[in-house]
Design a binder for this molecule. Structure first.
Ligand SMILES: [Fe+2]
Length: 230
């Protein structure tokens, strides 16, 4: 089934030698999109929404903006819904580079979907469109950098990466809080530094305990670990 869809999409240049150069985040995006686990996707959206709300409050934005960020956190990966059915059931080791290119279309697909349904303002949709842009310009879909990236996207970028790292996945264990922050410091070029410093403050504050508890509850769900191939 997958190959048929790939043919339709014209995704046929295989370059397995390039697989070694693909970063861990891209591989993770692919695994997540292919797993088609809606409960995991919903848990992730709720976590990103809560982190986004907390970070935008810490940065001093008004209530209206903070609630826009929370809503954007819930739907930021909505474009993946359109691609997971194409990736599900794929054969491991086949077309992986092309699959990643396809997964990387999810911000654009999400933006288009919201626009088609007339959901949110253009500013809101642009947050979704640019949630994988990196501060140094190495992200996607438009390789924009620095302050050209919408503020909301810069907030979600940080929250999205943290949410992914601290979450148990069928294909890898969760990283704890300190390990996650260290991994993010290694990749700090991807983030708005002022926003990242604010994020470090909220993560280590006592008031973060409710989010820590939410993460623990999600990670303890039986279905998440039972699928892991160890
Ligand atoms: Fe995403």
């Amino acid at each position: 089934m997958y190959r048929g869809n790939a043919e339709l999409l014209g995704l046929f240049s295989i370059d397995e030698t390039a697989w070694g150069n693909v970063d861990a985040e891209a591989k993770e995006e692919l695994e997540m999109a292919a797993s088609e686990d809606s409960e995991e996707a919903i848990d992730h959206g709720i976590l990103v929404a809560n982190l986004g709300l907390r970070l935008s409050e810490e940065l001093g934005f008004d209530n209206n903006f903070c609630s826009e960020i929370a809503k954007a956190g819930i739907v930021h990966d909505i474009g993946k819904l359109q691609i997971s059915s194409l990736l599900y059931g794929r054969k491991e080791g086949v077309l992986r580079i092309e699959e990643i290119k396809y997964v990387r279309r999810h911000p654009t697909l999400g933006y288009n979907y919201l626009k088609e349904k007339n959901i949110g303002t253009e500013d809101f949709r642009n947050i979704i469109l640019h949630h994988h842009e990196n501060y140094d310009g190495s992200g996607y879909p438009d390789n924009i950098k620095g302050d050209l990236i919408p503020v909301g996207s810069r907030i979600l970028r940080i929250c999205d990466v943290y949410a992914a790292l601290v979450s148990e996945r069928p294909y890898r264990a969760a990283f704890d809080k300190n390990a996650s922050m260290e991994l993010m410091i290694d990749e700090v070029k991807n983030f708005d530094m002022n926003f990242f410093l604010a994020f470090m403050r909220i993560v280590h504050a006592d008031s973060f305990k409710d989010i820590d508890d939410y993460i623990k509850r999600c990670n303890s769900k039986v279905h998440v670990k039972s699928k892991r191939k160890l």
